[in-house]
Design a protein around this ligand. Structure first.
Ligand code: UD1
Ligand code: UDP
Length: 368
């Protein structure tokens, strides 16, 4: 497959984590192919993007599209236009898109319209809430995809309901957890706790960035609840730039509350691993805490990752900031429980299974 190219469209922080092991596995299986990472630039601050390329050993992007921030239509349209130009020039045999961000949909749409088959990494998740931009991106990306790579069995049920033929769906497992396994030895060397002045095992780690929570009146209520929590349990809150932008100049200060900017993957994983618990609205963090066995409390109305609740350490608080007040009591309950078994395929080898499916199908197509 010497003249073959595989393209990987990435752009936002969780994309890098999900895609790095897939590029590695496909490079191993197709060493003569060209592996083209196309970075839309949806995220662009060094600690939201560049640091992940370094830490996860993602190949340097063959294309930097510089899309940046913008309204949904404008951001998706810019990415669509620029990805299409690249695909026309490169004509890859397949385009892989991870997750559910605007760059994901743009990559899938650009490829599908050119007749280039699309593989969706982390297919089939559904919150059943179309007010979430991610839900629209997931639904459309799955409709456009030839290979739907899922990380948990409920995805198959969701996809069947939408009329997707079962032959396109491949339960390969969770590539984000592959990255966690690969990086974990480096986490032991992180000095992030000393730098932040927090005691390992003593604190609640917080991330919040969903529009439903941070773009309106719930954000000040969440911050007030975190200040109350910090009086009994230290709180470490690496703040997403969206949340920081919504807060404006005023950063809350309270004893026990440590607020930082976004943190690189190795240090963030060290913070997750040694947290007493996590409060989040992040999709990826719900999965990582399940893998690490750390109690997680999720501020969401409609979770699209129920497996982290049924087979993991996740507990839903709802879209209700005052529920944070219950965290100390809920944590006391959670700490007494035995660790649940890991979801199937969250074993560090999902990308290898994905690559096996893709390589087999590409060889079949080339021979056909
Ligand atoms: C996006 C995804 C979301 C994902 C999240 C991961 C969509 C619709 N949303 O949300 O699903 O969970 O990424 O983190 O694709 N900003 C910066 N610097 C950056 C990036 C963003 O300052 O490097 C700020 C800008 O003010 C920007 C805002 O964050 O307007 C939102 O960025 P955007 O990429 O539109 O959405 P996210 O909230 O990051
Ligand atoms: N993450 C990180 N630094 C941070 C916050 C998160 O490296 O300061 C990682 C986290 O470990 C996970 C991914 O970013 O791998 C999750 O991304 P995010 O929460 O932004 O998006 P979501 O998963 O909600 O789409």
């Amino acid at each position: 497959m010497a003249d073959v190219a595989i393209a990987y469209v990435v752009g936002a922080r969780p994309n890098f984590v999900k895609t790095a092991p897939v590029v590695r596995a496909l490079r191993h299986r197709l060493p003569d192919a060209r592996h083209l990472v196309i970075n839309t630039g949806q995220h662009y601050d060094p600690e939201m993007a560049e640091i992940f390329f370094e830490e996860l050993e993602l190949p340097a992007p063959a294309y930097e599209l510089g899309v940046g921030s913008g309204a949904h239509g404008a951001q998706t349209a810019k990415a669509l236009e620029r990805i299409e130009e690249v695909l026309l020039a490169e004509r890859p045999a397949a385009v892989l898109v991870p997750g559910d961000v605007n760059s994901t949909l743009a990559g899938a749409l650009a490829a599908a319209k050119l007749g280039i088959p699309v593989g969706h990494i982390e297919s089939g998740l559904r919150s059943f809430d179309r007010t979430m931009p991610e839900e629209i991106n997931r639904l459309l990306t799955d409709q456009l995809s030839e290979w739907l790579f899922t990380h948990s069995p409920e995805a198959l049920v969701n996809l069947e309901r939408e009329g997707i033929p079962a032959g396109r769906v491949h339960l390969v497992g969770n590539t984000m957890i592959d990255t966690l396994h690969a990086i974990r030895p480096r986490v032991e060397h992180s000095d992030v706790h000393a730098r932040l002045g927090v005691e390992p095992g003593s604190y609640c780690l917080v991330t919040l960035h969903r529009p439903a929570l941070v773009d309106g009146p719930l954000l000040p209520r969440a911050l007030a609840a975190l200040e109350r929590l910090a009086a009994t349990l230290p709180v470490v809150f690496p703040m997403h730039p969206r949340t920081r932008a919504r807060l404006g100049a005023a950063l809350p200060t309270a004893p026990g509350l440590t607020i930082t900017g976004p943190i690189g993957y190795v240090d963030f994983l060290a913070l997750e691993l040694r947290a007493r618990c996590v409060v989040t609205d992040s999709g990826g963090v719900q999965e990582e805490t399940t893998s690490l066995g750390v109690p997680c409390f999720t501020l969401r109305a409609n979770p699209e990752r129920p497996v982290t609740i049924t087979q993991g350490t996740n507990r839903l608080l709802g879209l209700a900031p005052e529920e944070i007040d219950r965290v100390p009591a809920l944590l006391a309950e959670a700490e007494g429980r035995p660790a649940p078994p890991q979801p199937e395929g969250w074993d560090g080898h999902a990308a290898e299974r994905l690559a096996d499916v893709l390589v087999r199908d590409l060889a079949r197509r080339a021979g056909a």
